[in-house]
Ligand binder design. Structure first.
Ligand code: NOJ
Length: 733
């Protein structure tokens, strides 16, 4: 039975019927209302971002009287088992029907044990790793009293300017779908009632990542076929994995805001995907239907959102104020309200909240956080997230023989920035910085200089950095973005290193010492100078609490990096959006003047999707393509041709050469990560189902069209052994 169908249980539905029959209209509206505590006095947003523990210091109003009145169904942003239990007690003991509250929070890549940001973790190409980190995040979050996380974010992101690219699995639909399912499985486990797990929330439904020009919250225009073929599958995968909730988004889609879009919320989500959980709006996205120009006022916004299929109102407070009036005036049928309440109560029942409203207590909470096994997993996840982009002459791993190593740069000793943009449940004090990791891993003398700030406006004085580098045999420079430069509302129009970091690198390069650049950032950067001039480059993203040990493991060879990029790195920002699975034009770029290219730079990205090096080398051979009984089997041999063991992500791409709608040049259709000893080779086999080679045609039917298909098996999206196969009419029936 599919996992959405499993959310429907006759005994639970009967209990919901019984409750619904006793509820007043106001109590029903209350179940559809999610509140956040209001900050009474405390910190401004900036200090909150700078100090992950600021949340503990603020004075908050939790609106306890509203719980007593039965007009609150859920909270977001309440932290700690004690506070959660206090509010829950009011709901179950002091309200007329004793319906428990559901508490949600953004537990995106860890609760207290912060793991690598999701974009980084996807570079492992190991969905099971993401399942494991999500499971630990769920364990810590539920020990802190929570029932629900607003994760995973499964938005496809093809534009590096969009800061929220950090929160997802990158640009690819196939890989993104695999990570979506794994993360849902990790958060939810096999049974939502298991108090070690939490309900997941697939977000932001839908197409939020396609904001025009990468500007957050901006308009989205796309063909409905692209919606179904590229942006929907990760959501479908999350639904298939049993995701209990979805979050509607801020953006409009072809003119209709996604928080009031009946086509996407009801026709597709409930109809096509068979979703049986509930949909929560994004933060005030119902209220924002007014500035969007889609609703006249708050009441109109609430009406449109509820009728479209948004079940729970996150903080707008339209539902609790406006639904009773709208129903009494006959504008909204009671059946629509009942259906939304049913969905919310269903998830509460499935979570076991009626039997066990208090999931944890303060003691259980503190014992569950930052356990040694969690930190071990954080280190493992972090090193598996690292991508080696360049390594001239085998400079890495560093030879332990070096006596003096210079570690320079504004991100070398910057614990807070290792936590990424969703860090408010973490603490900088838990982080081992990159400098700290290097110091513990080597006997060499480590000479540290900050060099400059991340985003200095005025030219910095590099004297100390130059002095440190002049004494060292090798220079490691840690540069990139601060944690605040990616994530929500952090779009950038420049994708180079901020401030004077590149000048710092140029000054160090001029010294002629071996130069290792360690990048820490939340999005792909355009870094052609570094690509050309550094001797080695490690993309380390924002790796969480174990950033330092993980980077040191890779720098000194305790771990041979095997990560591969999940987003294309643009050569220049003017290439954005840039992604490997683009459709072909009638004038593919050639030397000829009138072709699809730029007059001042390349068409190709700086680093393609799927790219990543290793301390060893791999060779691909013996591509075979066979077709039989509705399946295409593609096999190839991969050999480790270097001197050390290493992991390789072998990637399978397929291109449908002629289509009734123009098809992507190639699309990822399979991948396998394998560990090979030096000299070892292994035959890999990929099974493709013909039914998976289709797309939505002009009439919006999903079709597999007969004809020629190309296949590639290789080390990234731009290189690989090429073959082909032909599908006849009979194959596609
Ligand atoms: C807004 C963000 O878009 C969403 O991802 C998050 O879950 C909510 N705020 C709640 O914090």
């Amino acid at each position: 039975m599919n996992k959405q169908a499993q959310l429907l249980r006759p005994e639970i539905e009967a209990k919901i019927d019984a409750l619904l029959s006793q509820m007043t209209l106001l109590e029903k509206a209350g179940q559809l209302t999610q509140l956040g505590p209001t900050m009474l006095e405390g910190v401004g947003v900036d200090s909150f971002l700078d100090d992950p523990e600021a949340m503990q210091k603020v004075k908050l109003d939790y609106h306890e009287d509203w719980i007593r009145e039965g007009v609150v169904g859920s909270y977001l942003g309440v932290q700690g088992a004690e506070k959660i239990n206090r509010l829950q007690k009011i709901a179950v003991e002091e309200t007329r029907l004793g319906i428990p509250l559901i508490f949600g929070l953004d537990v995106i890549h860890g609760y207290r044990t912060m793991f690598p940001i999701p974009l980084a973790e996807a570079c492992s190409w190991e969905p099971d790793l993401a399942r494991r980190t999500a499971e630990v995040a769920a364990r810590e979050a539920s020990a802190a009293g929570l029932h629900w996380t607003f994760a995973p974010m499964v938005d496809i992101a093809r534009d590096a300017r969009w800061g929220r690219i950090a929160e997802g699995a990158g640009e690819d639909t196939f890989l993104g779908s695999a990570f979506a399912a794994a993360r849902v499985q990790g958060f939810q486990g096999d049974d939502l009632a298991d108090p070690q797990h939490v309900a997941a929330c697939a977000k932001h439904y839908i197409a939020y990542g396609a904001a025009v020009a990468g500007r957050d919250y901006n308009t989205v225009e796309m063909a409905v076929q692209t919606l179904h073929d590229v942006y929907l599958p990760p959501f479908a995968s999350a639904a298939d994995a049993g995701a209990a909730t979805f979050m509607s988004a801020f953006n409009d889609l072809n003119g209709v805001p996604t928080s009031a879009n009946r086509y996407t919320l009801t026709d597709i989500l409930r109809g096509k995907l068979g979703f049986n959980g509930f949909v929560v709006s994004d933060w005030n996205s119902i209220g924002e239907l007014v500035p969007h120009g889609h609703a006249a006022d708050r009441k109109d916004a609430g009406k449109k959102a509820l009728l479209a299929g948004v079940d729970m109102d996150m903080v707008t407070e339209s539902y609790r104020h406006d639904i009773p009036e709208l129903v009494e005036a006959g504008v909204i049928p009671m059946s629509v309200v009942d259906e939304a309440v049913r969905r919310v109560l269903r998830v509460k029942f499935l979570l076991g909240l009626f039997d066990r409203p208090f999931r944890s207590d303060a003691e259980t909470e503190s014992a569950a956080l930052l356990r040694p096994a969690h930190l071990d997993l954080a280190r493992e996840a972090a090193r598996r997230s690292i991508v080696l982009l360049k390594n001239v002459g085998g400079l890495l791993p560093l030879k332990q023989a070096a006596r003096k190593i210079a570690v320079i740069g504004p991100l070398a000793d910057s614990p807070f920035d290792m936590l990424g943009s969703w860090s408010f449940t973490g603490s900088r004090r838990d982080v081992v910085s990159i400098l700290g990791g290097i110091q513990s891993a080597t006997e060499a003398e480590v000479l540290y200089a900050r060099g400059c700030d991340i985003d200095d406006k005025l030219p910095a004085d590099f004297a100390q950095a130059i002095e440190a580098a002049s004494q060292a045999e090798v220079v490691i420079v840690v540069v990139g973005e601060s944690a605040k430069m990616s994530g929500e509302a952090a779009s950038r129009m420049n994708l180079g290193l901020p401030g004077h970091q590149e000048d710092l690198l140029k000054a160090l390069k001029a010294m002629g010492k071996p130069l290792v650049v360690v990048l820490s950032n939340g999005r792909p950067l355009s870094i052609p100078w570094i690509a050309e001039n550094a001797d080695a480059i490690l993309e380390t993203w924002q790796l969480g609490v174990q950033a330092g040990p993980a980077v040191a493991d890779v720098l000194f060879g305790a771990y041979n990096p095997g990560g591969k990029l999940v987003t294309s790195f643009p050569y220049a920002v003017g290439q954005c959006p840039i992604y490997y699975n683009r459709t072909s034009t009638g004038r593919p770029a050639t030397e000829f003047w009138f072709t699809s290219k730029y007059i001042d730079g390349p068409v190709a990205p700086l680093y393609p999707f799927g790219f990543g090096l290793s301390y060893t080398t791999f060779e691909y051979a013996d591509l075979e393509v066979r077709k039989a009984a509705g399946r295409v089997t593609v096999s190839a041999t991969v050999k480790n041709t270097g001197a050390v063991a290493g992991e390789e992500v072998a990637q399978l791409y397929v291109g449908d050469v002629v289509g009734s709608r123009v098809r992507p040049i190639k699309e990822l259709k399979g991948f396998q990560k394998l560990l090979l000893a030096p000299g070892e080779s292994r035959k890999l086999t990929f099974e493709l189902k013909v039914a998976d080679l289709g797309f939505h045609n002009v009439d919006m039917q999903y079709v597999v069209e007969p004809g020629l298909f190309k296949v590639w098996v290789g080390t990234n999206s731009a290189e690989g052994l090429a073959g082909e196969f032909w599908l006849d009419e009979a194959d596609v029936q």
